[in-house]
Design a protein around this ligand. Sequence first.
Ligand code: CTP
Ligand code: MG
Length: 264
Amino acid sequence: MSKIYALIPAAGSGSRVRAAVPKQYLRIGGLPLLHFALRPLVRHPAIEQVFVVLAQGDTHYKQFDWSEFGARLEPLYCGGATRAASVFNGLLAARDMIAGSDWVVVHDAARPCLSSEALERLLVEAGSDEAGGLLAVPVSDTLKRAGRDLRVAGTEPREHLWLAQTPQMFRYRLLIEALRKADPEVVTDEACAIEGLGFKPRLVMGETRNLKVTFSEDLRVAERILQGRDGVVAPARESRTTARRRKRVPLRPAQPRRGGPGRR
Ligand code: CTP
Ligand code: MG
């Protein structure tokens, strides 16, 4: 019987989010994004072990308490220069623990809002398909091709177009072979590498709320999604205004801000 393992590439720098720490360590309700990405995987009873691939010089991971996940969570300090290289290095590092026919579920550290229902769908549908599969959502907006000077050069048919998400689930042997042959600069998800071997991964219905935090504003959206789920995030810290109202402390009239609306 094949076993299921999870692998989380978390060795990126998050350059587009422009924060002081790599984005997987940005906090929501006091916990790092990585915590929320790991949680549904570590808690799933069918998943044996969750490997998290960290940058070789990562100094942030150990600053957090991961003890609630116990021995089911294993950090591997072997990240590479690209996402594909990090996944490949992680698979290599775990080779003594995973059999070739076992499944590997790869999930971005930057996707904190994966629901247990979507994960379950992936395990059932991709896990019953020899090519494996991925969560994805059909494109719903109208697609424009950009020409010069940001003018529309045409409208593209959106039928049959899907946006790939993670997790993505493939057999260990197939995935490591696919990544060994892939160009890591070109391949931005596991499915693309698998396609390169001639397989057709199964599309499993994902969810728009399973967003990837790419820019700083995405963090606020993720925070609201997580706050809407019972028990996932402690209530956001009370604002001074709310605290004053609760304690019935009279508010001073607002002072006009100098220099426009700055950071609060
Ligand atoms: N990742 C990784 N190793 C890399 C690059 C990315 O493990 N060399 C991981 C990221 O940590 C993230 C996932 O791959 O969990 C998705 O990548 P992306 O969203 O592009 O994250 P970053 O590369 O960190 O961000 P950016 O592209 O903005 O720099
Ligand atoms: Mg990147």
